[in-house]
Design a binder for this molecule. Structure first.
Ligand SMILES: [Zn+2]
Ligand SMILES: [Zn+2]
Length: 156
């Protein structure tokens, strides 16, 4: 483990680049519907860091904010040019920022996910050996029906 090891990554078009320093205290695979629709993929592999360990090296970011069914606020930052998500923040994880793991330059998957959340909506073709699996999330407490703007109610 090298605290000072820097790693870089960026967006699809290459206009945005970021750098993270050190190892991630929390790396999470998430199978929730928000992550699936955000990425257009089966899951998110978010690598979390304290804000001060993350810097934007170049590029212009736009942001999008949404409230989850638990009433939490999610903010994403994405490249103005190509739309790739670069940073993610959750109001309940103050001072932390998540990097979408697949956006790292090779060797991309240097991190080891510690936990899988929202396995209730996991793609049936995915199998991992990560021991900690949650059907939803330890802090999951929906306060209202899912009102995801583009999909029907989550029924699981
Ligand atoms: Zn871009
Ligand atoms: Zn998720």
């Amino acid at each position: 483990m090298n605290e000072e090891l820097s790693r870089e990554g960026g967006c699809l078009c290459g206009k945005c680049k970021y750098r993270t320093t050190g190892d991630s205290p929390r790396t999470i695979l998430c199978h929730c519907r928000y992550c699936q629709t955000l990425t257009g993929s089966a899951l998110s592999a978010n690598v979390w860091f304290p804000e001060e360990k993350v810097s934007l090296l170049k590029g212009d970011l736009s942001s999008y904010e949404m409230k989850t069914e638990s009433g939490n606020l999610v903010t994403t930052n994405f490249c103005k040019n190509c739309g790739s998500t670069i940073f993610l923040r959750l109001n309940v994880f103050k001072g932390m920022v998540a990097i979408p793991g697949g956006s790292y330059d090779p060797p991309t998957f240097w991190f080891e996910p510690q936990v899988e959340n929202f396995c209730r909506s996991k793609a049936p073709f995915l199998e991992t050996e990560i021991p900690e699996k949650n059907n939803t999330h330890p802090m999951y407490k929906p306060v209202r029906e899912d009102i995801h703007p583009h999909t029907k109610k989550v029924t699981e």
